[in-house]
Design a binder for this molecule. Structure first.
Ligand SMILES: Cc1cc2nc3c(=O)[nH]c(=O)nc-3n(C[C@H](O)[C@H](O)[C@H](O)COP(=O)(O)OP(=O)(O)OC[C@H]3O[C@@H](n4cnc5c(N)ncnc54)[C@H](O)[C@@H]3O)c2cc1C
Length: 153
């Protein structure tokens, strides 16, 4: 009788998804690790990128290099758009992926606890784009101050 290796799909290559891939110890299983970025982002240092203390590549590491010593792990780049739990199918921007077991590790999003009008004044800090946007605003504010005709009070 033919036996099929179980297919484990891990959604998200943050701390959660990566820890699963690095510690899951089932030789016969095929693991697919999927993320919309091809790098793992070290979120605790995002503030350093926002404050121009570090450059973006210093806190982003290619996912494939992190799991390179786990030959049963395949890394895919795509955006999760939905789940069909009954059919065991992940819907992606670029197609679908079937699984036997699913690990959901897609992280969280910034909450404004109700008033969405706070967002322009308190931008989120969860991605490199967020950090680079804040850095641009800070540096441009300094440049504007440098050009100001009036002295600081
Ligand atoms: C600025 C900041 C500072 C922090 N400082 C600390 C700290 O000092 N100490 C501490 O313990 N914790 C800290 N944290 C919290 C910590 O970083 C998070 O708890 C941790 O990253 C959560 O890990 P995770 O794997 O659940 O999610 P994440 O690390 O957010 O990973 C989720 C992954 O899923 C991917 N993803 C999301 N949606 C999709 C989709 N639709 N399709 C495909 N891929 C998707 C993302 O690209 C990401 O790679 C900080 C967080 C931030 C934002």
């Amino acid at each position: 009788m033919e036996t099929r290796n179980p297919h484990i799909v891990v959604l998200g290559a943050g701390f959660g998804g990566l820890t699963f891939c690095q510690t899951f110890n089932h030789r016969a299983a095929r693991v697919t690790l999927l993320d919309r970025q091809n790098h793992h982002l070290f979120q605790p240092l995002l503030y350093q990128v926002a404050a121009a203390g570090l450059s973006a590549p210093e806190i982003a590491q290619p996912i494939r290099s992190i799991v390179s010593d786990h030959p049963n792990v395949t890394v895919l780049l795509d955006q999760v758009t939905g789940l069909d739990l009954a059919g065991k199918v992940v819907r992606l921007a670029g197609g679908t992926l079937t699984y036997d077991c699913l690990v959901l590790a897609l992280g969280g999003c910034t909450s404004y606890f109700g008033p969405p009008e706070w967002e322009p004044f308190a931008p989120g800090l969860k991605s490199l784009d967020d950090a680079l946007g804040i850095r641009r605003r800070i540096l441009l504010a300094f440049e504007k101050a440098e050009n100001a005709s009036t002295a600081a009070p």
